[in-house]
Design a binder for this molecule. Structure first.
Ligand code: FNR
Length: 341
C-alpha cells in the first residue's frame, strides 16, 4: 500500500475509530475559590514555549503526512484557522516530501497561507540532521517536532522493526538545527525516564502525547482488520504523563493526547504544562464542517479559557501552575505507585 493511501486511511480511521480509555482529566477536580479578585478582561492567555511566544496556550498538533491533494487541502484549512486565531500549527510528517519534491506543496501551503504565524515542522526519529534542515527550510519552520511512534510502527505489519540510535540522531538534530526541537509522542505518553534521556540529549521542549485520545494501535488493527489487542490499551495517560515529565524535566512541557475542550486545556496547564496540543478533535471539525467552523471553535475556546482562569483567580498561564487541584482515580493510583503523588 502506498504511503499516501495509508495516511488517508489514518485520517478516516482516526475519525471513525472510537478512541478508547481516558486521558485522565476526569480525575482532576479544581478546588473552588470564592474570592478570585480578578476580572475576565485582566486575564492573559499568553504562554511561552522556550523561545516561542504563544498568544494562546493551545495549538493545532501534527496531522496528516504523506502528501497528496487531500493533505494539501487539510493543511490549507488548518493554516487558515491558525492565521485567523493566532494559534501555533504543526504540520504532519514531512518525510514523504523530503523524499519526493512533488509532495512539497502540501506542506509549503501552510507558510503561503499564514506567512507570519508560528509553524512547526515534523519528522520521525529516523531523520538525519540534513533531513531536519530540509524540513525546516520547506516551510520556514519556527521549530521542528521529532515524533516517537514505536507502538504504531510495531502495530503495522509493514512498520519499522528497529528503533536503535534514535536518541543519538535527536541529539545531533538538537545541536545542529537553528530552531528549537520539540520531541513528541503520538498517543502512548512519556515516562520520566524517557524525558530524562531527552533532557540529557539537550532537548528543551517535549510533548507528552499521552494515552486516551487518538490511538494508533486501534487505528492500525481496524485498518488491517486484525486484532493485535495487546497494544490497544498500552500507554501512559496524558495526565500521568504530564506529572511524570514535570518531575524530571526542567524545560517546557506540552500536554497532548485526547484533549477536547477548554477545561481539559486548563487542567493540563494546572499540572504544569506550558501548552496543550489538539489533533483528533480539530481534525474532525475541519473535515465535517470546514476551516470556518474550526475558527469558531478555537475562538470560543479562547473565550472559555479566560472565563475558567477567572474562576480560578489565575491572571496568566504561569499563575495557573499554582492552582489547587485534587487528583483522584486511576491518575492518583498511577502517581502513587510511581512515587509522584
Ligand atoms: C497524527 N499524529 C501525527 N503526529 C506526528 O508527529 N506526525 C504525523 O504525521 C502525525 N499524523 C497524524 C495523522 C492523524 C490523522 C492523526 C489523528 C494524528 C499524532 C498527533 O499529532 C497526536 O500526537 C495524537 O493524535 C494524539 O493527540 P489527539 O489526536 O488525541 O489530540
Amino acid at each position: 500500500m502506498s504511503r499516501s493511501k495509508r495516511k488517508i486511511d489514518h485520517i478516516n480511521y482516526a475519525l471513525s475509530t472510537a478512541t478508547s480509555g481516558s486521558s485522565g482529566f476526569e480525575d482532576l477536580t479544581f478546588v473552588h475559590q470564592s474570592l478570585p479578585d480578578l476580572s475576565v478582561d485582566e486575564v492573559s492567555l499568553h504562554s511561552k514555549l522556550g523561545e516561542l511566544n504563544l498568544s494562546s496556550p493551545f495549538y493545532i498538533n501534527a496531522m496528516t503526512g504523506g502528501g497528496g491533494e487531500k493533505t494539501e487541502k487539510l493543511n490549507e484549512g488548518f493554516a487558515l484557522a491558525a492565521k485567523e486565531t493566532g494559534l501555533m500549527l504543526s504540520v504532519g510528517s514531512q518525510m514523504a516530501a523530503i523524499k519526493d519534491s512533488s509532495e512539497r506543496r502540501s506542506y509549503s501551503i501552510t507558510r503561503k497561507v499564514n506567512p507570519k504565524g508560528i509553524i512547526v515542522g515534523n519528522l520521525g526519529s529516523e531523520a538525519t540532521l540534513d533531513q531536519a534542515k530540509a524540513a525546516v527550510d520547506m516551510i520556514e519552520a519556527d521549530a521542528l517536532q521529532i515524533h516517537l511512534n514505536v507502538i504504531q510502527e510495531l502495530a503495522m505489519p509493514e512498520g519499522d522493526r528497529s528503533f536503535t540510535g534514535a536518541l543519538g540522531r535527536i541529539e545531533k538534530i538538537v545541536t545542529g538545527l537553528e530552531v528549537p526541537v520539540i520531541v513528541k509522542e503520538t498517543g502512548f505518553g512519556m515516562s520520566r525516564e524517557t524525558v530524562k534521556k531527552l533532557e540529557n540529549a539537550g532537548v528543551s521542549i517535549i510533548d507528552v502525547g499521552g494515552y486516551g485520545g487518538t490511538n494508533f494501535s486501534r487505528i492500525e488493527n481496524y485498518r488491517q482488520q486484525r486484532e493485535l489487542t495487546f497494544f490497544n490499551d498500552w500507554g501512559i495517560t496524558t495526565t500521568a504523563s504530564i506529572v511524570e515529565a514535570k518531575s524530571s524535566f526542567s524545560s517546557s512541557v506540552i500536554a497532548s493526547g485526547g484533549i477536547k475542550n477548554s477545561l481539559e486545556v486548563i487542567k493540563a496547564l494546572s499540572l504544569g504544562a506550558d501548552a496543550a496540543g489538539i489533533a483528533g478533535a480539530f481534525l474532525k471539525i475541519v473535515i465535517d464542517e470546514g476551516p470556518e467552523a474550526l475558527v469558531e471553535e478555537i475562538q470560543q475556546m479562547q473565550r472559555e479559557q479566560k472565563v475558567i482562569m477567572t474562576a480560578l483567580g489565575a491572571r496568566n498561564t504561569e499563575q495557573l501552575k499554582n492552582t489547587s487541584v485534587v487528583i483522584s482515580g486511576p491518575t492518583y493510583h498511577w502517581l502513587k505507585s510511581r512515587g509522584l503523588e
